[in-house]
Design a protein around this ligand. Structure first.
Ligand code: SF4
Ligand code: SF4
Length: 164
């Protein structure tokens, strides 16, 4: 075990404070097998993915935000109770409201809302599942009810119209 930092959501700091409290120790991005999966090529132990998000002057305009897969590893590993994911998700929300969202992510949102699945299911997928003895995948449009009630559908529709 590399770290033993209990996860207590109630102790997390506010967004701005969290970004300032990050000591850039690199733990959340540099422990092989445990740390941030977004720490891919281009980032280094001294210029990590998490620093890029917390310390980027472009903030919600930073396209790297959308690489975060919301796994919460950074939050669990941070010895200083910083929550990079809380900061990143807040920036994503602001970016979405300002229409600064990649088409790829918009398509992903459509996919999840319309099917309840995070990936497209092809006939090949069904065949492979059948061969493996797995039950058929079912899609559902129920998430669209939530998306409508939370206002997400309205935002997505507006963004689509703006991008035409
Ligand atoms: S978020 Fe925490 S673990 Fe990651 S670099 Fe900052 S202080 Fe270190
Ligand atoms: S939640 Fe995002 S920033 Fe945190 S470890 Fe996962 S991918 Fe990295």
């Amino acid at each position: 075990m590399v770290l033993n930092t209990p996860y207590k959501k109630s102790t997390l700091h506010g967004l701005e404070e969290a970004a300032e409290i990050c000591f850039q120790c690199g733990v959340c991005c540099t422990i092989p097998g445990y740390s941030c999966p977004a720490q891919y090529n281009g980032y280094t132990p001294t210029e990590t993915y998490v620093y890029d998000c917390l310390d980027n002057p472009r903030r919600e305009m930073n396209p790297a935000l959308w690489v975060c897969v919301s796994c919460h590893k950074c939050e669990e590993m941070c010895p200083y109770e910083v929550s990079p994911i809380a900061f990143i998700e807040s920036m994503k929300e602001t970016a979405l409201k300002k229409g600064n969202i990649p088409d790829l992510i918009l398509g992903e949102i459509d996919q999840v809302i319309n099917t309840g699945l995070a990936f497209p299911v092809s006939s090949r997928t069904h065949r492979d599942r059948e061969k493996l003895g797995l039950t058929p995948l079912k899609t559902t449009g129920e998430l669209s009810i939530i998306a409508e009630k939370t206002g997400l559908l309205r935002i997505i529709k507006k963004l689509r119209e703006e991008k035409k």
